[in-house]
Design a binder for this molecule. Structure first.
Ligand code: NAP
Ligand code: GDP
Length: 339
């Protein structure tokens, strides 16, 4: 039977990146499309996965043999701080419906997407896959983190009780084309790209939230897409894998802001709003497991250099400003609700 790969959240940052890689890598290559494969990139318009009936209808329509489950309520530090219950509840509902429908319809394999937010806040570095459940997550995003941790618990339970081939990826902070560039509710790179773009356009200062001191590991969405495609084809174990650059390749938010200033060509004042939260200072995650497994099955993994990936992302944002997710959808929806 030919493989049908359903990507939930297929039009988001990571979903679009997987589509890009599948469509542009040579057919039959390690990260390219295989003969006979069908890829389906689902949106929330097609099925709201918080709803069991809509989830079942989506699976009935496409009959996937494999699922890359990306759909989630996603946001950066500030959105996570504001909507802890929504992050907990929406993500538990989405994950429960996708995993249980996959089990009921005999899907061969499911890869779900966690985040390094799942790790305990006060654990000795580096973060490695075996430390997920060893203490409470950071308080700033406990709703999202607990919902995502439960996926790992569910994967083990589905395997023990029903023999399911369910696993998970744990990416660090992701960026790239098609991201959510909302000024308030996005992750740091897309949020700062948008703010710097407006500061240049309006001749105003460029304001970065927090002290600029925290460190983050950033992974380019097109690199991450290759890791998911590799995991789909070459990894069959329930234990999750961290998807990241090396644990010592974390970058300060200040350096990220400087790189964005350079990529946008902004010449005005850069300010740090220290009344805003910094979140966790550092969460260095090890990519040792990922790199050793990818290398064992073929060529070593080659990461896109940060500056080059950032330049490409800025270029995409500037060229696609009118169609990018910038928060204007929210304003339009609020307007429609008031009308
Ligand atoms: P994204 O761009 O916001 O994409 C998430 C997608 O989920 C959206 O496109 C949305 O679909 C879909 N979705 C949300 N609620 C849904 C619902 N109720 N029913 C169906 N679909 C729904 O975020 P992303 O960065 O690509 O995230 C992909 C995965 O990576 C997520 O599981 C996230 O937790 C994880 N992750 C992200 C980061 C990061 O830095 N971005 C870091 C670590 C892990 P529509 O657009 O069609 O509404
Ligand atoms: P995290 O990696 O899960 O903490 O999520 P973020 O991508 O939201 O990164 C948060 C870090 O970036 C914190 O140290 C924030 O203070 C800092 N930061 C600076 N400016 C911004 C911004 O405009 N948006 C966001 N989300 N974070 C920002």
């Amino acid at each position: 039977m030919p493989n049908v790969i359903l990507v939930t959240g297929g039009h988001g940052l990571v979903g679009k990146a997987i589509k890009h890689v599948i469509d542009t890598e040579p057919v039959g290559s390690r990260y390219g499309r295989k003969e006979g494969e069908t890829w389906v990139f689902a949106t929330s318009k097609e099925a709201d996965l918080r709803d069991e009936a809509q989830t079942k209808a989506l699976f009935e329509k496409y009959k996937p043999t494999h699922v890359i489950h990306l759909a989630a309520l996603v946001g950066g530090l500030f959105m996570n701080m504001k909507y802890k219950l929504s992050f907990l509840r929406d993500n538990i509902l989405i994950n429960s419906n996708v995993l249980h429908t996959s089990y009921e319809t005999h899907v061969d394999k499911v890869i779900s997407c966690l985040s390094t937010c799942v790790f305990p806040a006060n654990i000795d570095p580096p973060l490695v896959e075996s430390k997920i459940h060893l203490g409470p997550p950071h308080e700033s995003n406990f709703g999202y983190a607990h919902a995502k941790r439960l996926v790992d618990i569910a994967n083990h339970a589905y395997k023990e009780e029903h023999g399911c081939n369910f696993t998970a990826a744990i990416p660090t902070n992701i960026f790239g084309p098609y991201d959510n560039f909302d000024l308030d509710d996005s992750h740091v790179i897309p949020g700062l790209i948008h703010k710097c773009y407006l500061a240049k356009k309006n001749g105003t200062p460029f304001t970065v939230a927090g002290t600029g001191n925290p460190l983050r590991q950033f992974v380019y969405s097109y690199d991450l897409a290759k890791m998911f495609i590799w995991q789909l084809r070459e990894y069959d174990d329930v234990e999750p894998i961290i998807f990241s650059v090396g644990e010592n390749e974390d970058i300060s938010i200040r350096s990220v802001a400087e790189a964005i200033v350079k990529a946008i060509g902004f010449e005005g004042e850069v300010k740090f709003d220290t009344t805003k939260a910094d979140g966790q200072y550092r969460k260095p995650a090890s990519n040792e497991k990922l790199l050793s497994l990818i290398k064992a099955g073929g060529d070593p993994f080659v990461f896109t250099p940060f500056d080059s990936a950032l330049n490409d992302t800025v270029k995409w944002f500037v060229e696609n400003y009118d169609n990018a997710r910038t928060g204007k959808e929210k304003l339009a929806a609020a307007g429609a609700a008031r009308a």
